[in-house]
Design a protein around this ligand. Structure first.
Ligand SMILES: [Zn+2]
Length: 287
């Protein structure tokens, strides 16, 4: 069934697991992600970035909503990295049940002001809001909302931010990069920092990036306070690596229904690993 981000994440928070937010940007990938969530009985957040919405067209959102209503697992449709108040209103109009407002690159007070404005409006109509504090790294042209260096989230700032904005969940910077992890840095999550933030704010926390961080650190993060983990790069790499293999150099290979199923299967294998790693498998029964 279709539900809000808050409804999904509050249960994850209570039961100490993380819900995967898979970014999709075409119908085949979306179908595959819903299928694997249903097969593993896991709650799902469908993440769609504004660039991805531009790519698929707003009409497809209606189809995503329709499929979510008919699903056996709870699904939230989440606007990933909303940049402005106006853009978030657009997401609400399209039928998203959860939005992110990312003003993390702006000064602290400005981040609070814009996030509060979004939260005040979104909550009137029951849409959930994710804010971001700190700066998650990003190191290639596709890595949205990131910077060359990580600025770790300050726990006391997080308390102020959550209290003053009323956000339902908070993306924190604890050692992840958007996209591929830079070769010159050792991927390492600051789990002590995560514990400290969680002890002070309690609300569901969100991890962006994380491709390249070791599985045992991710598993531990999901156990001690992270309740939503965004997955984009890993499933897209699996999908398109398989597509290159299927296409080969044979020009006669051209029908999408002959090309895409193997790519979807390859993507589903990676998605299933994430669902398992985050502790989300079987958790749809809690809703
Ligand atoms: Zn992100």
């Amino acid at each position: 069934m279709l539900t809000t981000g808050k409804a999904i994440l509050d249960v994850a928070n209570e039961h100490s697991f993380a819900v995967p937010a898979f970014n999709i940007s075409d119908w085949a990938m979306f179908r595959g992600i819903v299928e694997i969530s249903e097969e593993t009985n896991a709650p799902l957040i469908v993440g769609i970035h504004p660039d991805e919405v531009r790519h698929i067209g707003r009409e497809m959102i209606a189809g995503i909503i329709e499929r979510s209503h008919n699903s056996s697992v709870p699904i939230a449709i989440h606007w990933d990295h909303g940049a402005t108040y106006e853009q978030v209103l657009q997401a609400v109009q399209y039928g998203f049940t959860s939005v992110m407002i990312d003003a993390s690159l702006k000064p602290f007070e400005e981040n609070i002001a814009i996030t509060k404005k979004v939260t005040d409006s979104a909550h009137v109509i029951g849409v959930s809001v994710e804010g971001e504090l700190g700066t998650i790294g990003g190191n290639d042209a596709y890595a949205e909302g990131g910077a060359a260096e990580i600025i770790y989230t300050d726990p006391d700032d997080a308390v102020t931010f959550v209290a003053q904005t009323g956000v339902d969940s908070l993306a924190v910077a604890i050692g992840t990069f958007h996209g591929m992890y830079p070769a010159h840095l050792k991927p390492e999550l600051k789990l002590d920092l995560l514990k400290e933030i969680k002890s002070k704010v309690q609300i569901p926390l969100v991890l962006h990036g994380g491709s390249g961080n070791p599985d045992d650190e991710i598993r531990e993060a999901a156990r001690i306070g992270i309740n939503k983990i965004n997955i984009s790069t890993d499933i897209k790499v699996a999908y398109h690596d398989k597509m290159r293999e299927v296409l080969g150099s044979d020009k006669k290979v051209r029908e999408p229904n002959a090309i895409q199923p193997a790519c979807i299967d390859a993507m589903k294998v990676v998605a299933a690993q994430k669902i398992e790693l985050f502790g989300a498998a079987g958790k749809a029964s809690l809703y």
